[in-house]
Design a protein around this ligand. Structure first.
Ligand code: PMP
Length: 392
């Protein structure tokens, strides 16, 4: 029976991690793995998270089941951060905890299917797990272009999908810090997107996995909020794994926005039933930690300061690279400064990417995606020189 299974290709990025670990050159640079790094190259546990974990250890008096909704205190503590001061929009938004942003995306797609969606449009390139999740749930995943060659977001392509859409269509939109391009819609483009969605049958599914790593917590949620203010229905997939540094603890939330408060119960009970069939209930630890950190004034401030520090460091790397524009033939760097988050795509071919690895110990995804946070004061000049060498 199991002999019918064929090998699936190993995840290219995981293979890269192994190759990087085996490389003995001391000045090697890892731009592959998608985690934040400090200027020392570390991915430490946030101080706010450590403090919340200590309190959790002291105060938790049971590990009994919570249910498929997970930690409702966590889900609700996050809502003003995501949706703003009128966080429930008059009782029209609520959600549940999920295993990471991945679980939230999975749940959003599954509930869209249950509500009658048959295809989910995806702007490409996108996070490599989006299309597999959509097709695994059993929906079609037609694609459109996310970005133009000049490094700006291709809002026209998205607007066309929204305007030509029919009942049964959904569209997956990154709220901020687009993975893998770093190219986000401008505030004016978000206005147009929200306007187009307000008269379209297309269901928006908004994936927000990097809030606070782009321009600011408020700024990074502004486009999402514009859309939610205009549409009757929307689904939101949230990840705390980057902005709280909780990656392996798998912390996420799924939210539904409905037209009338009376519709919320059905949306959430269906989501809970799907969650139960998929993973029964989410892992508790990380959600409890975020709840504690957000409810305690001092921990919350510590978190905000840590997040600001991360964002400012990413902006520093971006502006440093932008200043090197012109030093590298055929690889424009100036626009990196206008882009957001952990990632950027460099127009490098396979040979150049292999040469960077073999000759300079610079590791990046085969697509040309780099993790901005892999660059530090100590290695960024070497990186620019390596780029110049392979592009010469
Ligand atoms: N959406 C996007 C756009 C992502 O980049 C990621 C993670 N890399 C996720 C969702 C999933 O995040 P998590 O690790 O919380 O499952």
């Amino acid at each position: 029976m199991l002999d019918r299974l064929q090998d699936t290709p190993p995840d290219a990025l995981l293979a890269l991690i192994k190759q990087f670990a085996a490389d003995e050159r001391e000045d090697k640079i890892d731009l592959g793995v998608g985690v934040y790094r400090t200027d020392d190259g570390a991915t430490p546990v946030f101080a706010a998270v450590k403090a919340a974990e200590r309190r959790l250890l002291d105060e938790q008096d049971s590990k009994s089941y919570l249910g498929p909704e997970g930690d409702s205190g966590f889900v609700h503590a996050l809502m003003p951060i995501v949706f703003g001061s009128d966080a429930t929009m008059g009782g029209r938004i609520d959600g549940l905890q999920t295993p990471g942003g991945t679980g939230a995306v999975r749940l959003a797609i599954a509930i869209a299917q249950k509500a009658g969606v048959t295809r989910v449009h995806v702007g490409t390139p996108s996070w490599p797990n989006h299309i597999p999740i959509i097709t695994d749930v059993g929906l079609e995943a037609p694609t459109f272009s996310h970005a133009k060659a000049d490094g700006s977001a291709d809002a026209d392509a998205l607007l066309q999908i929204i305007r030509a859409g029919r009942e049964g269509d959904a569209v997956l939109i990154h709220a901020c810090c687009h993975n893998p391009t770093g190219i986000d819609y401008s505030p004016e483009q978000w206005d147009e997107i929200a306007e187009a969605l307000s008269t379209s049958p297309v269901l928006p599914i908004i994936d927000i996995a990097y809030q606070g790593l782009g321009e600011g917590l408020e700024e990074d949620a502004a486009g999402l909020r514009k859309v939610l203010a205009r549409v009757p229905y929307a689904l939101v997939a949230y990840s705390c794994d980057k902005n709280f540094g909780l990656y392996r603890d798998r912390v996420g939330a799924f939210y539904a926005k409905v037209a009338e408060p009376a519709q919320l119960g059905a949306a959430l009970s269906n989501a809970a039933a799907l969650a139960r069939a998929n993973w029964s209930m989410p892992p508790d630890h990380g959600g409890a930690v975020v709840r504690i950190a957000l409810r305690d004034e001092e921990m919350r401030q510590t978190w905000l300061d840590e997040l600001t520090g991360m964002r400012e460091r990413l902006r520093w790397v971006r502006s440093y690279l932008a200043k090197a524009d012109g030093k590298v033939d055929g690889v424009p760097l100036g626009h990196l400064e206008d882009q957001n988050g952990l990632f950027a795509m460099l127009p490098l071919n396979k040979d150049q990417i292999a040469k960077l690895r073999d000759d300079h110990a610079v590791y990046m995804a085969g697509s040309g995606r780099i993790n901005i946070a892999g660059l530090t004061k100590g290695n960024i000049d070497k990186f620019v020189a390596a780029l110049a060498d392979v592009s010469a």
